[in-house]
Design a protein. Sequence first.
Lengths: 327, 249
Amino acid sequence: MQDFATPMPTTQLAPPDRARLIVPVLLFVALALAPLLGFLGAERYVLALFTRCIIFAIAALGLDLALGCGGLVSFGHAAFIGIGAYAAGILTASGIDDGFIGLFAALAASGLFALATGAVSLKTRGVHFIMITLAFGQMAYFVANSLKAYGGDDGLTLANRATLLGRDLLADNRVFYYLSLAMLLAVYLFARAVVRSRFGRVLRGAKDNETRMAAIGFNPYPFRLTAYAISGMMAGLAGFLLAEQSEFVSPAFMTWQRSGDLIIMVMLGGMASLDGAILGAVFVVLAEEVLSGFTEHWRVIFGPFLILVVLFARGGLLGMLTGRRHG
Amino acid sequence: MAETLLTLDRVTKSFGALRVTDTVSLDITQGELHALIGPNGAGKTSLIHQLSGSLASDSGRIVFDGEEVTGLPMHARARRGLVRSFQITSILPRFTALENVALAVQSRSGSSLRFFGDAARDSRLNQEAMEALALLGLAERAQTLAGTLSHGEKRGLELAIALALKPKLLLLDEPMAGAGASESEALVAILRALKARCTILLVEHDMQAVFALADRISVLVNGSMIATGKPDAVRADAQVRAAYLGEAG
């Protein structure tokens, strides 16, 4: 036994790893400067492209929280994007233009859908969880397809973007871009806080070793459900922004391929790192844009690349950049 | 006479035709170190599983601290102070040793629905966790990833995690398994120190350790409890000698 009179070794942790801040800071600076890249083409085009990057980065961050940190491989996250988008679209179609109401509705609808489907899905594990989330995602897809009043499978065109306090600020693509970027930053900081919090530690622990967590008195279920709901709401936020940006909503937002794309973004960028999710989303959106310029079969090029990254860079793109592997 | 902390009342469990736990009844008294011994395959680990809640009994009752816990899941039993350690160490490999223990402290403190504040810098959690680590001589390894600790250190960490839960009853499943002679001696000293803190049910093959530590010993053979009593009485029991000690030499 050790003598308690001897001073305890310090419980102070090492100072924050500055190297870990470099990637996110660079990412956000790059995104803030991206619209100024005039040589890429017309400003309208560049803004639209990078707004898509940001929107999918928000959704990928949400998925990373569930998949990377919680070990919950959701194959139905596109449904949350679609639900957020339809919430915005249906409100606008009903004459309610206010952005705050739209945002609230998108978050509430996606959050409730995540709670309801998560409550069932999280009773299962592994492949079953993947399949059941896929099934719920497909259900949402076919419901959207059947919404005759809102365009059915043709989708729904929004008459205008939402207004803020009665002013049509969002009509300006540049304002819309920086507002989206601000939301990405907020989501990122929130996700970072959650992962490091007591809550996040239980979530990560349950991914590592569920039995151990039960043995020390934790029931992982409520923690996973909460994380799944938060994750779904982030994707719902992305859907809201996507609808507002494109002024269009369609069932195509919520296909299972889109859910797969989100998983690819997270895996490619580097799971459980959050930075990686942003990196992966930006990379995939840009790669699709560039490669589809050469050929409509762009996935033929992208697929092998993805395989190489998964095989040889276990930490994803982020791991390649920082030489670090995230858990 | 101290009060009874845990009561097993005719607990039974079968896997098909094999009765791994056959109407086992047992009382564990507050403050004692109770050893559970028996030859390989006697059903000791199955019994521990049923006590901790990872395996449901077919029939019988388990009463802990005045409350029936028979139907409760593992996490609910752990919260009530019925804590187990694992035969095969079962730590969180990608967490540091300190974090492994701090999570246990966090579980007991009961405020895990906090979404802000860096848990790794929570000095209240870390302080208690460090005390548990220090008790097992692992203070210097606090910032090491648990997966990279040596086998002996993992075993110590396992105990530190259990301790940090401030258990009322600690179920120890072969803590000496695979330990060398000197390591075993150190573990006996540690267990002796733990004895002052909580009631312990110790499953162990190392007879030297068992007889050095136990207040009472129960002997399980083929799923049945054939004897319970003071070490000397158990050592002298003819049935035990025939069934177990004789075999072991």
